[in-house]
Design a protein around this ligand. Structure first.
Ligand code: PHB
Length: 407
């Protein structure tokens, strides 16, 4: 589809949806009173820390911009989604139907996001995704009112395969939690690793959020690959790293991962994490005034070090402020709001980025190594930049219908 046709279909949809009232859930409240902001994040379970970091980031960005959205104060609503996909629709509906939020910020877990996605499509509520990378959100089920500020699941691993082969690791085992985040991370890994000449010896998995890794680590030891690549995150990632060392594999089989493996977990994993190489759209050590200032401010405010989740939350806050300011706080002015969100340039600690046409960040992916308890950019080859990525390697066929059913 040409750009022109895309633009026409997008605005036609917006006009159509507006005339049916689908885009007016908050028009009665607009411009007066407080903006109702819903946070649907995990505050318990293996991803609890991720939810907290995201909320911290969102609040910090908005506070830094004066604490208002387009001149209006904020009323916050919170739901703990427990990373439980079975409750996704119910929890999102609580925020949209009961609390009547103007914007729903959430979530972390790809399966839970599928519930939010349904509610967002059914009601037209603005949804900003601060983490969940599920491909459908910006592909098959993408829509005008959903914007992602994080990544798509294959985005980091599309940069991983070549980096491993470049280091001489040609036979790899892949291991992950078996759900969309792990399976789609594998897609990116498989594509990049095999294209670079690597071969995947075996694909291993266990259900989310199971952390009984022992039997699988024994299998890896028997397979004797050159390297292991994985997707794990949150509390489970720290346990995987510690178990990997305890199984005696660390000095025998190089461990690589999608960068979530070493995000926010370096204190918990301790020395076991040293030397792990990962690919990610952020690195603690990015040597820019923007990142340094962000890290300082975050540490001062929350008495903890920020990670990629804090950055994604922060960028979500920046995006929301830009959108709300463009419509002077009237979040029911949907076409103007979406236009502003689509045009936004986010001056992020990860580096400046903007939305792809399907509402996913186009961003740099960095190659990092854990050194002295920090994710450091590997400086070889310029800026350690592994690739600039929109989250997909080929032209995006899903854009054809992307906005055709937006509501
Ligand atoms: C996801 O489920 O999409 C997900 C969860 C945690 C991460 C990354 C992706 O760190």
């Amino acid at each position: 589809m040409t750009t022109r046709r895309l633009v026409i279909s997008r605005s036609a949809v917006l006009v159509g949806a507006a005339s049916t009232g689908l885009l007016r859930p908050s028009s009665a409240r607009a411009q007066s009173g407080r903006v109702r902001v819903g946070l649907m994040l995990p505050y318990t379970g293996t991803y609890a820390q991720l939810g907290v970091a995201i909320e911290n980031g969102v609040r910090m960005a908005i506070d830094q911009q004066g604490g208002l959205l387009g001149g209006r104060a904020i009323e916050w609503f919170k739901v703990d989604d427990e990373s439980e996909p079975g409750k996704g629709v119910e929890n999102a509906s609580k925020l949209v139907q009961r609390d009547k939020v103007d914007v729903l910020i959430g979530t972390v877990h790809s399966g839970v996001q599928m519930g939010i996605q349904k509610v967002a499509r059914d009601t037209g509520v603005l949804n900003l995704i601060p983490n969940a990378g599920v491909h459908a959100a910006t592909r098959a089920l993408c829509c005008a009112n959903v914007f992602r500020t994080s990544f798509s699941n294959a985005q980091p691993t599309l940069a991983l395969g070549k980096a491993m082969v470049d280091r001489g690791h040609r036979r790899a085992v892949w291991i992950t939690w078996k759900y969309a985040a792990g399976d789609e991370a594998f897609e990116g890994f498989k594509q990049s690793y095999t294209a670079a000449g690597g071969s995947i010896v075996k694909e291993l998995g266990l259900p989310f959020p199971n952390v009984e890794f022992q039997a699988l680590l024994t299998e890896i030891a028997a397979l004797k690959p050159d390297a292991v690549a994985c997707f794990f995150a949150g509390g489970g990632a720290a346990k995987f790293i510690r178990d990997y060392v305890a199984a005696g594999l660390k000095n025998k089989i190089a461990l690589y991962g999608s960068g979530f493996l070493t995000e926010g977990m370096l204190d918990a994993a301790g020395p076991a994490a040293e030397g792990i190489i990962t690919t990610m759209h952020y690195s603690d050590s990015l040597d820019t005034p923007r990142n340094k200032q962000f890290r300082l401010e975050y540490a001062k405010t929350f008495r903890s070090q920020p990670d990629v989740y804090a950055v994604q939350g922060y960028d979500t806050g920046l995006l929301l402020v830009q959108g709300a300011n463009a419509v002077k706080g009237d979040l029911s002015a949907k076409p103007a709001l979406y236009k502003a969100l689509e045009a936004a340039v986010i001056d992020s600690p990860r580096g400046k980025w903007r939305m792809s046409r399907a509402h996913n960040p186009v961003q740099d992916i960095y190659l990092r190594r854990v050194e002295n308890g920090e994710n450091k950019v590997i400086r070889a080859g310029g800026h350690g930049r592994a690739t600039r990525s929109a989250g997909h390697a080929r032209p995006a066929p899903w854009l054809r219908h992307c906005f055709a059913r937006a509501s």
